[in-house]
Design a protein around this ligand. Structure first.
Ligand code: HEC
Length: 183
């Protein structure tokens, strides 16, 4: 094969097989996508809380949080989710690899350490993932994830939509879960 045809072959195969991302690129993309998700959900939540109160916001979240997440995943060409060991939505259950990192972070918080901004991990599937901690960093979160009284209107609405809800009883500064982006 002459040089010219081997070069064009190389060119074609690089078009067919997207180059794997370098760790630096994963950090960059993971940071971009997770920040965009938190801003998007947080922004919508704020609007809904102000305009309709917590119950309207709750219904908005249950109907739209996953769609907004999927839309962002599509746009960015990644797979993205929010997961927790104490999840509200059964879909947001942490995998064993995510759970391992969450309990490591929980141990760090318990001993007064500051959490890293993110962690890059190699998954058993051979894929890589970018994990970013989600903390209860705003009093608003406690409206729906704090000590919600069971027979309050909000408590009832939560019970109705999420009979297996584990996501209450949080305090300010608690580890709520993570954004998990895989490539
Ligand atoms: C109006 C009620 C409400 C408020 C306020 C609220 N959440 Fe949630 N949260 C929900 C609902 C409903 C879900 C389940 C639906 C979904 O988002 O997938 C949820 C899910 C989550 C999840 C995904 C894991 C799981 O448990 O399913 C995380 C992480 C989360 N919330 C963090 C936060 C943080 C951090 C704040 C404050 C910035 C906050 N939430 C404020 C209602 C709320």
């Amino acid at each position: 094969m002459n040089l010219r045809s081997s070069c064009s072959l190389l060119f074609i195969s690089s078009l067919l097989m997207a180059e794997p991302l370098t760790p630096e690129q994963m950090v960059q993309k993971g940071t971009e996508v997770s920040t965009a998700l938190v801003q998007k959900l947080g922004g919508e939540l704020k609007i809904q809380m102000l305009s309709g109160g917590p119950i309207a916001a709750l219904h908005f979240c249950s109907q739209n949080a996953l769609n907004l997440t999927d839309q962002l995943a599509k746009e960015s060409g990644t797979s993205i989710k929010r997961v927790s060991t104490k999840n509200r939505n059964p879909v947001n259950t942490a995998s064993s690899e995510e759970q391992a990192v969450l309990s490591q972070w929980q141990a760090m918080l318990n001993s007064g350490e500051t959490l890293p901004a993110y962690k890059l991990v190699k998954l058993s599937t051979g894929q890589s993932a970018y994990y970013k901690p989600i903390l209860i960093n705003n009093e608003t979160c406690l409206k729906c994830h704090g000590d919600v009284t069971e027979d309050s209107p909000l408590g009832k609405a939560l019970q109705e939509s999420y009979p297996d809800d584990k996501a209450t009883g949080y305090k300010m500064g608690d580890l709520r879960g993570m954004v998990s982006v895989s490539f």
